[in-house]
Design a protein around this ligand. Sequence first.
Ligand code: FAD
Length: 278
Amino acid sequence: MSKHIPISFEFFPTKTDVGAEKLKVVHQELQQLNPEFFSITYGAGGSTRERTLAAINEFNGKGAPVAPHLSCIGDDKGRISELLDIYQSIGINRIVALRGDLPSGQVGLGELPYATDLVRFIREHSGDHFQIEVAAYPEMHPQSENFDLDIKHFCEKANAGANAAITQFFFNPDAYFYFIERIQKEGVNIPVSPGIMPITNANNLIRFADGTGAEVPRWIRKQLAAYGDDTTSIKAFGHEVIVKLCERLISGGAPSLHFYTMNTTNPTRQLILDLGLA
Ligand code: FAD
């Protein structure tokens, strides 16, 4: 059994009433694992503003705290402050602050072009009310010119007032440990929670990884390809790979784990039970 560290779960806002009902069930099931918080993603440019808010209202006050994601690119300070005020008024005290990615075709970065600007703005507008989480990329943000610059920009976000960070998913624990070493050398000591993506479907995994710049190691790709349509073997292999990754991260000092649930209970629940983190 691994050392006991906190866990958190990420949902995305659903598009349909049926999806929303299903998510309520998933929320209840995952609630039983005693997470530190649930976070709810936000579409860049405000594209899921109402749906993110609806999900936050649905789950707020029911068990573990909820943390809305909030992105700044293509948005304006007025709309962002409105949301901050709503969140504060309903008792939310944690926000995941992001730049976001503009939908293709949309131009204009808005008043706050980078996550650092958003963190600064939240501090100006809401003081110390919110615990601010930001994004981290152990394998480098895909648009970054180089790793050193990405580390510099990450440290600027922390120094602007972020309290903690959650990483993009990754499968190489050494990338995470090296990232931590590098930011600590810059004097940044905020906790960085590894983002964990369960492996259940080879095509989806490779699609997500290509979209986010996360590297799927050759040995994982090859093994997934060898299983073809054998979903049982893919899930069993994926489970084993992620359990071992989490064990390495925990024994190496990761402060907590954040799970990309994809709005489903399993396989996240099975991972947490097998890691002894419930
Ligand atoms: P930033 O920290 O602003 O960095 C973006 C890029 O700009 C990096 O390459 C950085 O090195 C560079 N940069 C930063 N500052 C400067 C500067 N001053 N000058 C020049 N370059 C600079 N997206 C959503 O739309 N909604 C979500 O809910 C969402 N949730 C996420 C949750 C997590 C845990 C993670 C890891 C990502 C999430 N994303 C989400 C994706 C994220 O918005 C994208 O990865 C986006 O491309 C970068 O966001 P960021 O906050 O890391 O941006």
